[in-house]
Ligand binder design. Structure first.
Ligand SMILES: *[C@@H]1O[C@H](CO)[C@@H](O)[C@H](O)[C@H]1NC(C)=O
Ligand SMILES: *[C@@H]1O[C@H](CO)[C@@H](O)[C@H](O)[C@H]1NC(C)=O
Length: 393
């Protein structure tokens, strides 16, 4: 106990000194070459922070039904910790690419030319662009305004085995309707494959009442899912969601059929599947999920044809601390001193990746538009709109 108090006092002194130094050196908001420095954008009832590392979202604040701001995305209070995200939880809040989701056997071909990408998942598949996917790179801050920010990245020819030098941008914008707009663009100087997505881990309860998201009520406008083998690689077939745990056509709690959801890989229980939107209309809500406790509801519109929904079965209560839930850095340290650190538990979050069909490049029978091929000179675009509202039960 004495030791802890001593540590805390030293931390507080160090923080005060740091604060003094910061105030004294108050010249610019952004220290040079710090990809872990937070940049915040805001509009009425919404505030979001990002770091250049991974073009990652670190915080997203919206009001709950009582009007209290809640941070509903997972992350590290200490942003330098995002650098450790090679393991669990991977891809935390980042943009994933060059080819999101999985590539079977880390092998694909374009017009007969065969390419190999790193087998960074169980030594058999490429997950989210390989060992050093876009989530682990330092993006460049391109532009920042009050309510919008954009980041850019150049991925060289041969990066993680992918052909062509690719230029990628992501633009994040918030507005007074409590919407978060994400728009991606990419070009390449050689034919390549491109599939980007945002890998936010959500918890709309903000850990105020529960350790899991099992009570969150979800709806997905999808009749079909992409069938996979035990390594989560498509077997080429689509399955009907009817009479399966994957049926979210009418809203139901995530926990309702969770134990029957076993198509999430070998020896796995939970959701990690790709749903095909029945009506891929960018003006329609394709996914809606809300937490009865806070009333916070998230709806997603997108121009993409599919969605990967992962129910955080890989978290185990040791890897990632629950964030402090405080807006200001110093208050976090006070709390740390008083309280034991709480960790994110299994099923303690969910991920919703809007994207093209998983491994479409290795399933040409599905059609060219699902292949993910980006021809030299063409532009890949992807937009997703995350709308927050209050749902009173
Ligand atoms: C699987 O990948 C290996 C090398 O990574 C390659 O030699 C082999 O041809 C690939 N198999 C298929 C079926 O593509
Ligand atoms: C990203 O920036 C950090 C901090 O400057 C640095 O330690 C790291 O090596 C960079 N990562 C890459 C992939 O260049």
């Amino acid at each position: 106990m004495q030791k802890i108090h001593g540590y805390c006092r030293i931390t507080m002194v160090a923080l005060l000194t740091l604060a003094t130094l910061l105030v004294a050196g108050l010249t610019s908001a952004k220290p040079a070459n710090d990809p872990f420095h937070k940049h915040t954008i805001r509009a009425e009832g919404i505030e979001a922070s990002f770091i250049e590392y991974g073009a990652t979202i670190t915080n997203l604040w919206v009001n709950d039904k009582e009007g209290t701001p809640r941070d509903i995305v997972l992350g590290w209070d200490d942003t330098t910790q995002f650098n450790l995200q090679a393991g669990v939880p991977g891809f935390l809040g980042a943009v994933v690419g060059r080819y999101a989701n999985r590539i079977g056997n880390g092998t694909f071909s374009i017009d007969g030319n065969v390419f190999h990408t790193p087998l960074n998942e169980k030594d058999i598949t490429t997950l989210h662009g390989g060992d050093m996917g876009f989530n682990r790179l330092n993006w460049t801050l391109l532009d920042k305004g009050k309510d919008e920010i954009s980041f850019g990245l150049t991925s060289p020819d041969g990066d993680e085995g992918f052909p062509g030098t690719a230029d990628v941008t992501v633009k994040y914008k918030v507005n007074d309707n409590q919407e978060w707009h994400v728009s991606y663009e990419a070009t390449s100087d050689k034919d390549t494959i491109m599939m980007l997505s945002q890998h936010t881990y959500w918890n709309l309860d903000a850990y105020t009442t529960s350790d899991t998201v099992e009570d969150h009520v979800m709806q997905i406008a999808s009749d079909q899912f992409i069938k996979t083998n035990g390594d989560l690689i498509p077997n080429g077939e689509f399955g009907d969601v009817g009479d399966t745990a994957l049926d979210f056509r009418t809203p139901k709690p995530i926990g309702q059929d969770l134990m029957e959801a076993t198509e999430c890989g070998f020896d796995c229980v939970g959701y990690d599947n790709a749903w095909i939107f029945s009506d891929p209309d960018p003006e329609k809500d394709q996914v809606t999920v809300y937490a009865p406790s806070t009333g916070i509801q998230l709806s997603i519109k997108t121009d993409q044809p599919a969605l990967q929904f992962y129910s955080c079965g890989g978290l185990d209560g040791t890897a990632l601390p629950v964030k402090s839930g405080k807006k200001h850095h110093h208050r976090k340290h006070e709390r740390r001193c008083e309280k034991e650190t709480r960790y994110v538990q299994k099923y303690g979050c969910f991920v919703l990746e809007t994207e093209n069909y998983i491994d479409g490049i290795n399933n040409p029978a599905w059609g060219q538009e699902y292949s993910g091929i980006l021809r030299a000179g063409d532009t890949y675009t992807h937009s997703a709109v995350y709308t927050f509202s209050i749902r009173n039960e």
